[in-house]
Design a binder for this molecule. Sequence first.
Ligand SMILES: [Zn+2]
Length: 220
Amino acid sequence: MSTWARLVAEALPVPERAPGPVERWSVRPGEVGAQVAGHEVSLIRPVAEEKDWDRVCAALASQPVFRGPSLDGRLPVESERVFAVVGLPLVPPGWDPLAASCTCAQWSSVCGHLGALVAELGARAEADPFVLVRWAGGDKAAFTARVSAAAAQQNGGGSPEAAQEEAAQEDVADPASAAVFWSAPELPALPQGLAEAGVRVQAAAPGPLLDELPVFDRRT
Ligand SMILES: [Zn+2]
């Protein structure tokens, strides 16, 4: 099983890491930054829009293996699949979508200071994945509230509290159950006409989107 730190390290490979402490670490919507060996380093990523958060929270709420942990303020590493599928990866898929900066003179490649920042990001994300949510422009309390509201809506309009209660009663706390979910046997072949369902799902209003997920899965 992967970890958030490993996802970060694999997505953002660095040739070296400057020795010494990472100081003045900060994360805010769109940017993580720190001071490494006297240099100011920063990583800027695109932030997600409201509708993106609605979509991913609806998707998480539609799956018991993620609904319970999400309502409980936890993010199993397996949930990154859901974020990525709805187009809001918490871990950026490589350096391309990022703007990296450092005050050192090494312009040609990722410097050791950025390497140290990436390593720090991985460690922080491992301790609290909501660091990644904040970097992507989200907020833990708002995130949990959105999942709760989506769960209530999917339950037929019941109160968020009722949805939370129901989720809490389900056996969803075991992270292994999420792994089982994602390693489920491949589904039967899709009928003709669903090949472009991914586009439709991405454009759809919030709802039980994860029903559509296997379609994405087969496309990647
Ligand atoms: Zn540097």
